[in-house]
Design a protein around this ligand. Structure first.
Ligand code: FES
Length: 117
C-alpha cells in the first residue's frame, strides 16, 4: 500500500506570488499562492536538476532558473521547453489558517539527482 506524507504551512507564509518549499515523502514540494488559489507541485524541474522555487512565479507559470522551462503550477503541465515531462501536482486544502498537502511517498523518484556543486 502506498504511503503518503502530509505537510502543513501557515497561510500567513503564503502571500500571493511567494513559493514555499518542504520535504515530504522523499520529494521536495513547492507550495504557492496565485490569484487562482493555492497549488503544490514537485519543486525539482523535470528537465534536469534545478529547484523551481529559485526561479520566477508569474501568475500560474513557474519558470525554471536553469534553462527557462515553464510549468503550470495548477496542473504540473509543461508550458515551455526545454522540459517535455510534467512535474507532479498535488491537491492543497485550506482550513483557513493552514494549507495542507498530502503527497504520495516517492522512494524512487527518477528525476531527483544530487545537487549540482
Ligand atoms: S533544469 Fe529546468 S529547464 Fe533545464
Amino acid at each position: 500500500m502506498p504511503k503518503e506524507t502530509t505537510i502543513s504551512i501557515p497561510l500567513a507564509d503564503l502571500a500571493e506570488g511567494r513559493m514555499v518549499t518542504r520535504s515530504a515523502g522523499g520529494r521536495e514540494i513547492m507550495v504557492c499562492r496565485t490569484k487562482d488559489g493555492l497549488f503544490a507541485v514537485d519543486n525539482i524541474c523535470s528537465h534536469a536538476y534545478a529547484r523551481l522555487n529559485e526561479g520566477r512565479l508569474r501568475g500560474f507559470r513557474v519558470i525554471c532558473p536553469l534553462h527557462g522551462a515553464a510549468f503550470d503550477v495548477r496542473t504540473g503541465a509543461v508550458l515551455g521547453a526545454p522540459a517535455n515531462r510534467a512535474i507532479g501536482s498535488f491537491p492543497v486544502h485550506s482550513d483557513g489558517t493552514h494549507a495542507t498537502v498530502t503527497v504520495p511517498d516517492a522512494p524512487d523518484v527518477p528525476h531527483i539527482a544530487p545537487p549540482m556543486p
